[in-house]
Design a protein around this ligand. Structure first.
Ligand code: AMP
Length: 282
């Protein structure tokens, strides 16, 4: 695996590779890698000639500075894991490299309603930060294929919107959420949970499954309230939201419609750690 730390080095390498007709697959991450990330690497390896992974904990997407400071960093383990998976290139830039003009006053991205719902409501500015880093990364890597996890459902929609706004020709592939045997969605943030909290945290997946099993059997608001109660009863401190939305635009579903494609999305705190998850209801 080749490790590049500067944009210029990466650009030079990729320019030659692309000129030689090689298809590129890109997996952007914030590190603290787990099997969810490696599932994306494997997908990329199956579909592209060169797989590029980036590790960059992006400061502009953290609305809470303490969350940024506490974000797990396990770079040596990550490098080993990426090598084991046969990753071709690791891009490991510094903050200065990604934000040469500083963190303030970035471009504003017109994300429409996506910006102010769900994650956008609870993490103001978060998706602007996601767009700033993805805009920069995609402009440098210009991959044929971009691999994202469904685990971050709204983020996938935001990045698709960014690709539209910026006319990126990259094809976006959304991969299913990898879970622990317990059902808990894999996440770098799980590293901050005690074993006991990890066990309790399975309540999110249980609640999402409860919604899936009972959709159409009671009013949507009742089902959402019952799902929320399940999470709180399991020992969560706070549920930001557990909501049934239309899968294509994340607008709330007021009343069940038998043929609509829906997704249940959730964000909740346990042990001071904010976890998100979602489940398609079809
Ligand atoms: P992150 O490092 O959390 O920014 O995630 C990097 C990429 O991995 C994003 O596209 C995530 O959606 C994806 N990802 C994170 N967790 C999982 C998971 N459990 N299963 C599949 N993909 C995931």
């Amino acid at each position: 695996m080749i490790v590049f730390k500067t944009c210029q080095q990466l650009l030079n390498y990729l320019e030659k590779a692309k000129a030689a007709g090689r298809k590129t697959g890109f997996v952007p991450t914030m590190g603290a890698l787990h099997a969810g990330h490696t599932s994306l690497i494997r997908l990329s390896k199956a579909q592209a000639d060169i797989t590029i992974c980036s590790i960059f904990v992006n400061p502009t997407q953290f609305n809470d500075p303490r969350d940024y400071e506490k974000y797990p960093v396990t770079i040596e383990k990550d490098i080993l894991l990426l090598e084991t998976e046969g990753t071709d290139i690791l891009f490991l830039p510094s903050v200065q490299e990604m934000y040469p003009s500083g963190l303030q006053n970035g471009e504003h991205y017109n994300l429409g309603h996506l910006e102010n719902i769900l994650e956008g409501t609870y993490r103001p500015g978060h998706f602007q930060g996601v767009c700033r880093i993805m805009d920069r990364l995609l402009s440098i890597v210009q991959p044929h294929l971009l691999f994202l996890g469904q685990k971050d459902y709204q983020q996938c929609m935001v990045i698709k919107k960014l690709a539209q706004l910026k006319n990126f020709s990259t094809q976006i592939v959304i991969a299913p959420t990898l879970r622990e045997k317990s059902g808990l969605a894999m996440s770098s943030r799980n590293m901050r949970l005690s074993d006991e909290a990890k066990e309790k945290a399975t309540a999110i997946y249980e609640a999402l499954k409860y919604i899936k099993e009972n959709i159409g059997l009671m009013p949507v608001a009742t089902l959402e309230q019952q799902a929320k109660n399940k999470i709180m009863q399991a020992g969560f401190e706070k549920v930001d939201y557990i909501t049934i939305c239309h899968a294509n635009n994340l607008q709330p579903v007021e009343e069940w419609q038998p043929h609509a494609e829906m997704v249940a999305v959730c964000a909740a705190f346990i042990d001071g750690v904010r976890l998100i998850d979602n489940l398609l209801l079809q």
